[in-house]
Structures are given as C-alpha cells and as structure tokens.
Design a protein around this ligand. Structure first.
Ligand code: ADP
Ligand code: ZN
Length: 680
C-alpha cells in the first residue's frame, strides 16, 4: 500500500518462515478487531509482515507515525508474549491501561510496583496469559529478569526509543547498551528497534550497538504535514507567547519548552497569572510533583506544561495542539522530536519558536564553557550551526528539515510554514555587515578592547550611554555611522552574522570577535545577503478568532459543521465522565477524531457504531450502548427524521481499570540533562 514515504532497505536479509498471505490477513484482522482501524498506514504493513515472519527490523518513523502497532500486532499474532523495552517508567501504567481498554492482555514490571504486584505479573507471563510485557532496560541487567524471561515464551522483543543507545545522541541511557545481549540469548526471537530520531549516524549506531546486522531497515517519511512550523524574532518572549496562545490556541493543550528550570517556573507563573492555566515540569521538582503534573497534562483537557527537555519523551497524548520554544534548542534532532509531540492525531497543530540574538550568544557561550573535549565541542557547534541555519533560512522550513534528515534534496514550498506563508524578504546587508565588523576591528586594534553586542549597537547608533562615555567610544570613527537602521535591526544583523559564522562570541561575557571568514566581507570580496525580519508573524492556517475557554477542543471541532457541534460536545462530556470514573486519560476511551466521526455518522445502533475508525471489538462492547444513548438523547441526527433505533446487543458491564495512583511513580532516567542557570 502507498504511504507517506518510501521504504528504504539498507542492509540485511529478510526473515525466515511464514506465509505472507496468511500473516498479512491475520495482522489486518487484528488491526480491525482489536484497534478498530480500517487500514495500515505507510510502512506499518511491511514492518509487521516482516516481524510476524520472524525477521529483525529497525524502524524509523516520526512521532505520531504509528510505531506502536508495529510491535503490538506482531506480539498479538505470534505465539508468546511481546517484551517491550522502554525507558519511560512513569508512562508504563498509562500504556498498559490503554492496551487493556482495547482488550489486550498487557502488564509491566518496574520499580514502582510492590512485591505482590510484580509476582502477579510474573505469574501471568509464565502462564502465557500476557500478550505484552513492558520492562525498563535496567531490568535486563538483573539475572532474575533474564531467568524469568527464559522460563516463558517470547514472541518478539521491541526496543522502543532505540536512539537511547546512541552515546552521541540527546537521550543516552547506559542501560540500553546491555540490550545487545538479547540477540545472543534469544537468537530465534525477532527484534524490532524503533525510534523517531532520523539522522543516518544515529541509525547506524543503533544497528551496531544493538547488534542487529541482519535487520531490515524501514525509514518512513519524516514529514508531519499537519504541523505548521514558525520561528519568530524574539522581542518580549513571554508576552509574545501569551498573544500566540490567546489568538490561536485558546483552550488547547500544549507544551512550552524553556532551557532552564528558572524560566520554566517563571513562564508557568506568568501564564497562570494571565488566565492561561500552566504547570511547570523540570528535573529539579520532586518526583511526586512531576508525576502529578504529567498526569494532569494527560488527563485534563487544555492544560499547558512549561518544561525543560526532561519532559515529553513517550508522551502519547494525541491532542497536543502546539509546542512552543522560548529558547533555542541545541540541535535539529532535539527540536524535531520536541515539536513532533504536537498533533499526533493528524489535526492542525503549531510548532512555534521565539528566537533572538541572545539565544545565539548564550548557546555559543555554553558550548565554549561547557564540559567535554574538543571533539565534543566541535560536534555541539555543528549541531548548533544547523539549528541556526534553520532559524535564519529564507526558504521553506519544512523543506530544510527534510533536507537535514536526508529525505529531500532541496526545500520546495510546503505552504504550511511561516516562510511559505509570508516569504521573508532579503536585502543586501553587505554594508551593514562591514559596519559591524569594522566596529569590532577598531575596538580591538585601536583600543585593545572587546565588547558584547549591546555596546557595538550603541556605538553604531551614536548613543552616548554611560558605558560609551566611560570608554570614550564616542571618539571612535565608527561612532554613529549606523543611524539608518533601528536597534532591533542592528541586533538582527549581529545575530545573522553570528549564525553565518561571519562573527563569533568569546569568553564568559560573550564578547564579539572576528572569524576567518570576516576578512572577505571587510575586503569587499563577498556579499552578505540578510533576511528582513517580518514585522508581523504569519497567522496560523488553523487559527480562528475564537476566544473559547479551556475545554473547547477548537482544532478537533474545526472541520465539523456547526449543527454537529452539540453532539461532539455531548460526546466529549460523556467521555470525560468515563475517563474520570476509570482514572484514565480521555483519549484512552476514544480519540477526538473518533468522536468527530461518531458525531458525523450519528450511529443509531451499536452495530453501526462498530464501523467507525477507532472503535474495536472491546470498546464496542464496553462503550457501545453509552455512545448510542448520548446521541439518542439529542434526538435525531440534524437534517434527518427521527428513526427508531435498531436492536442492540446487551452491553457488557464496563470494566474499571484503576490507575496505580498510590505508586511512587518516578522518572530517575530523565534527570540527566544539566540545566544552566536562567539568563532571561
Ligand atoms: P508513535 O509511537 O510512532 O509516535 P503511535 O503509535 O502513538 O505513534 O500512533 C500515533 C497515533 O496514530 C495513535 O493515536 C494511533 O492510535 C494512531 N494510529 C496508528 N496506526 C493507525 C492506523 N493504521 N490507522 C489509524 N490510526 C492509527
Ligand atoms: Zn514551507
């Protein structure tokens, strides 16, 4: 079947046994019956067929691409239990709850359980009563775990978040290195490694470190067409964020990423003070608070989390409508993972970032003053340079991202990023660049001094500030030579020179110095095209003028005709009630997309409901009557005469899967990232 992208088979041999026609239909039947979906997406079918037949696979798919089914269906189709290795202890309970709501026999073993809970799960595994068992990687270091696994029957090993094995990546977990033993110990059990990190280097490293030389490689398209990418010039970031939220995402759930703990706290406070409910999340908060905030984000509608990068991996909330960055991420890999958490449900979403001169200076300083050897610094600089190139590009952002991930040769317009929607103008900044560079040169040659961007801009603008007078900088020949541009424009020039490597920062104070490339500009041997800052940022495609409050899923309702909105809202209210009773996130009951289709189709019988995407066998039995009753209470579907409801099978009593609320859920694995102090 066609999909969003091609499969590239890079190495290796295919698996061994199995008759494709039989397994294919069995896999498809499972997709229909358990998950209630009509068809596989993109590479899913090929991956599943391969793993069901016993082959190893390395799967690269963007966040929201549908990786879970790639191992869940083989685990259901093949005899035995699928073992899922995942670093995300704090999310295992939710993952297992979601599977049980589908009628899948799932369990987990981790440090949040007491002895009896663990024993129960182990017994279920040994008795062959589990389809899927989730484990943290550190468990596999224990002989007791290996011993347990060898006494049961395993259908497949799934290694989720496989990029954690990469030492050069952004999420390294040492325990992942031990996973290479799985192939030696269980040579007959297929392994599937999955990640949303796409670069070739990571890809190769995963294959090598997990010792999967014979694996077949599946690379899906990394495009996320429903996410609108926007990068705006940073002026007053918190206020800019607030207007972005008020104008385009009122009432929507989303994540705001900041670099430091301090700015996380301040931003959450600022938003809450301004009537936008937001909670902080960073590694400095105690485990209980972190778990509580994460759980609220998953369970409530329209809550915002302000977070460091410690938050988000594995969060599979489908209706995150925006991801905002108030600080520049360190690499495109990190940026793409973080923004990818928006819009897993395929509905319009926004990736928004405010970016300015200080970001460049601070990131450069961090690299210079940070730990690590010269090779590490070079790599970090290369990552930053790519990120800066994305920020400063006048071409399509999405195209640039796909080029970075090796999936496009040149950016072509996508029509859904800021540079496509409002093409930035470029101007010949050669003279402006020369003025900045000469000022830096004069200070150094004539005075033996180095200064930061603020002083350089003040000199260019001819401002007699206290510091200018103190250092007699009004006596320099370059004093006041730049009155044709405003302060913000000069800062933009300095920022772009830094991004282009025509200027560099040095030392603790971030003073500006020339680079090897600067000379060519000063000697007029090259031009410096610069990007004009857009005065007003592009408006979102999905934006409306609605100022609806929290709890109104604007984007989800966006494409519904007005007469169906009452039904959609009634279904959402019913869903919220169910979710509360069972202690699970609302999307575990049904996704917004499913509720939308229900409101559109307006099924009058349980049987009719069964035909809707996202309604599998188990959910039909559990919720069928309830959903039909919600619609019946509203009367006939708009534009239709009331029809008598058809006979419906008696519903099974709703089973309640309470969450393990008392568990001391923690996130030790996520605390590794050192966070610099706040500078905003
Ligand atoms: P990933 O783990 O790759 O980020 P998920 O496995 O969480 O993505 O899937 C993303 C969303 O897409 C989920 O809500 C999932 O239910 C849905 N989905 C996956 N495969 C299909 C399919 N074949 N048809 C319809 N929806 C699907
Ligand atoms: Zn574009």
């Amino acid at each position: 079947m066609g999909g969003t992208g091609g499969i590239s088979e890079m190495t290796g041999t295919t698996g061994t046994t199995g008759t494709p026609e039989r397994t294919e239909s069995e896999a498809l039947a499972t997709l229909h019956r358990v998950f209630g979906y009509d068809a596989f997406r993109g590479e899913q079918e090929a991956v599943i067929e391969h793993v069901v037949a016993g082959g190893d696979a390395v799967v690269l798919m963007p966040t929201g691409g549908g990786k879970s089914l790639c191992y869940q269906i083989p685990a259901l189709v093949r005899p035995g239990t699928g073992i899922v290795v995942s670093p995300l202890i704090a999310l295992m309970q939710d993952q297992v709850d979601a599977l049980r709501a589908l009628g899948v026999r799932a369990g987990f073993v981790n440090s949040t359980q007491d002895f009896h809970e663990r024993r129960t799960v182990e017994a279920e595994f040994l008795a062959g009563e589990l389809d899927l068992l989730y484990l943290a990687p550190e468990r596999l270091r224990l002989d007791s775990t290996l011993d347990l696994l060898s006494r049961g029957k395993i259908s497949v090993f799934a290694i989720d978040e496989a990029h954690c094995v990469s030492q050069w990546g952004h999420d390294f977990r040492p325990d992942y290195l031990t996973l290479s033993l799985l192939g030696e110990r269980w040579p007959d059990v297929p392994r599937i490694a999955l990640t949303a990190t796409a670069t070739d280097a990571t890809h190769q490293e995963i294959t090598q470190r997990l010792n999967m030389p014979a694996a077949r490689h599946f690379v899906a398209s990394f495009d996320r067409p429903n996410i609108q990418y926007r990068i705006v010039p940073k002026a007053d970031p918190k206020k800019q964020l607030l207007s972005f939220l008020r104008e385009e995402h009122a009432g929507d759930a989303g994540i705001v990423y900041c670099l430091s703990r301090n700015s996380v706290e301040k931003t959450a406070e600022f938003l809450s003070r301004n009537g936008v409910e937001a909670v902080p999340y960073h590694a400095g908060l105690d485990a209980g608070t972190r778990a509580a905030h994460q759980s609220r984000f998953l369970r409530e509608e329209g809550l915002i989390v302000c977070a460091t990068i410690a938050f988000g991996m594995g969060i599979d909330k489908p209706d995150v409508r925006f991801v905002a960055h108030l600080d520049l991420p360190k690499s495109i890999e990190g940026y793409y993972q973080e923004t990818g958490r928006a819009g897993r449900d395929g509905l319009p979403s926004t990736a928004w970032m405010a970016y300015g001169l200080n970001d460049v200076i601070q990131q450069r300083k961090l690299i210079q003053s940070g730990e690590g050897d010269e090779a590490f610094r070079r790599r970090a600089s290369a990552h930053l340079d790519s990120m800066l190139a994305l920020c400063e590009t006048a071409q399509c952002r999405r195209g640039q991202l796909l080029v970075y991930f090796g999936q496009e040769s040149a950016p072509t317009g996508c029509g859904n990023c800021d540079t496509c929607l409002t093409p930035p103008q470029t101007w010949d900044g050669t003279v402006a660049a020369q003025k900045v560079l000469s000022t830096v040169v004069r200070l150094q040659r004539e005075r033996g001094q180095k200064f930061g961007a603020v002083q350089i801009v003040d000199i260019l603008l001819g401002r007699r500030t206290a510091k200018v007078i103190q250092f007699d900088h009004d006596q320099l020949s370059v004093f006041g030579i730049g009155e044709e541009l405003e302060e913000g424009e000069w800062r933009g020039v300095v920022r772009q020179l830094l991004a282009q490597g025509l200027l560099a920062v040095e030392g603790e104070y971030g003073t500006l110095v020339l680079t090897e490339a600067s000379g060519a500009v000063l000697r007029r041997e090259r031009d410096v095209p610069l990007r004009k800052e857009p005065k007003k940022p592009a408006a979102s495609k999905a934006s409306g003028s609605s100022s609806s409050g929290r709890g109104k899923a604007k984007a989800a309702a966006a494409e519904l005709p007005a007469e169906l909105l009452p039904a959609f809202e009634a279904l959402r209210a019913w869903r919220a009630e169910q979710a509360r009773e069972q202690g699970v996130p609302a999307y575990v009951i049904f996704h917004d997309a499913t509720l939308r289709e229900i409101a559109t189709v307006w099924p009058t019988s349980v049987a009719q409901l069964g035909g809707i995407s996202g309604v599998g066998e188990k959910k039909l039995v559990t919720y069928g009557e309830g959903v039909v009753a919600v619609l019946a209470e509203l009367g006939a579907a708009p534009g239709q005469a009331p029809a008598p409801a058809g006979p419906t099978p008696a519903p099974a009593p709703a089973r309640v899967y309470a969450t393990d609320a008392g568990a001391d859920d923690h996130w030790p694995e996520m605390d590794a990232e050192p966070e610099p102090d706040d500078w905003m």
